[in-house]
Design a protein around this ligand. Structure first.
Ligand SMILES: Nc1nc2c(c(=O)[nH]1)N[C@H]1C(S)=C(S)[C@@H](COP(=O)(O)O)O[C@H]1N2
Ligand SMILES: [Mo]
Length: 300
């Protein structure tokens, strides 16, 4: 990619402090450091403020710890995230088991304030800290024949009580087309609000693909495989008609059981107004070219 994506959703309250922390994170080679001050969510210019730390870390989907929204915050502390390594294999020049700390020492941590839209039609705005997935893939050296990237979450029955229920095909699996994976918007998040990402949000590293439904953003990654064929994905296997491989946010393509035309912003209170869902979750300008000539209703 020639250009780096620049953030439209920066604001005075978050940016200076986290920029400072990011420099320290890079120097220390750490995912996060303690944040002394309280970061106030507000975005006067955009009329769109990030959700609070409390909202982002207490209303979660992480089925390995249960299917209720408050299960991950209650139970994910049992996941041991240190030490952590990520196996990178398949069509790469330098396959191997990469230690998470070694990965971090090679990456530049930045802040990205992204919209986040779950397929269930709720949404948040989240100030992530992380690095571009492309930088990690380039570190491993993507080979010519690679066309897709497959991801796997840790499978640890002793640490993940939800794995005893066959809700999905475990381990949780996701995938992207290589060009989607290499897009500068595609992030590996290691922090939120300048702090180490909490377990319930996918520690120590999780994918964030802001123009796709939230389930594509796989948590607690242990394996990344470059392949020449479209990989099987857990939600697609569970409901192929309901959850497509692409799962791009699209207000014009409804879920078979509910409308995707609008969404419920988390934090607006019980009677909060629904908001219209934006094409590609508001990132049309950046990513629409990836899908030129494709029928987005057929390729849902
Ligand atoms: N391993 C794993 N990753 C996952 C999930 C999950 O259950 N397991 N849930 C997905 C769904 S449906 C959503 S909406 C987001 C939620 O991310 P958040 O809890 O950080 O907001 O994580 C995604 N990644
Ligand atoms: Mo979701």
């Amino acid at each position: 990619m020639a250009h780096r994506w620049t953030n439209k959703l920066t604001h005075n309250d978050v940016t200076p402090r986290t920029a400072f922390l990011n420099r320290r994170q890079v120097m220390a080679g750490l995912a996060g450091v303690g944040l002394a001050g309280i970061v106030k969510p507000a975005d006067a210019k955009e009329g769109l403020g990030p959700n609070t730390w409390e909202e982002i870390t207490s209303y979660n989907n992480y089925y390995e710890f249960g299917t209720r929204k408050d299960d991950p915050a209650k139970y994910a502390h049992t996941l041991v995230t240190e030490p952590w390594s990520v196996k990178i294999d398949g069509l790469v020049d330098r396959p191997g088991e990469y230690d998470f700390k070694d990965i971090l020492s090679e990456m530049t941590i930045e802040e990205r304030i992204y919209r986040f839209r779950c397929v269930e039609a709720w949404s948040m705005v989240i100030p992530w800290n992380g690095f571009e997935l492309a930088d990690l893939l380039n570190m491993a050296g993507v080979q010519d024949g690679a066309k897709f990237v497959a991801f796997e979450t840790a499978y640890r029955p002793d640490e993940m009580p939800g794995l005893q229920y066959p809700v999905l095909e475990w381990p949780y699996r996701e995938g992207l087309r290589l060009d989607e994976a290499m897009h500068p918007l595609t992030l590996i998040a290691t922090g939120i609000y300048g702090k180490t990402i909490p377990n319930q949000n996918g520690a120590p590293l999780r994918l964030v693909v802001p123009w796709k439904y939230g389930f594509k953003s796989i948590k607690s990654i242990v394996r990344i495989t470059l392949t020449d064929t479209q990989p099987p994905t857990s939600w697609n296997m569970a409901g192929p008609r309901e959850y497509g491989f692409y799962s791009n946010v699209n207000p014009n393509v409804d879920h078979p059981r509910w409308s995707q035309a609008s969404e419920r912003p988390i934090g607006g209170g019980l009677f909060a107004k629904r908001e219209p869902t934006l094409m590609l979750n508001g990132y049309e300008e950046e990513v629409a070219s990836l899908y030129e000539g494709m029928d987005l209703a057929a390729n849902y």
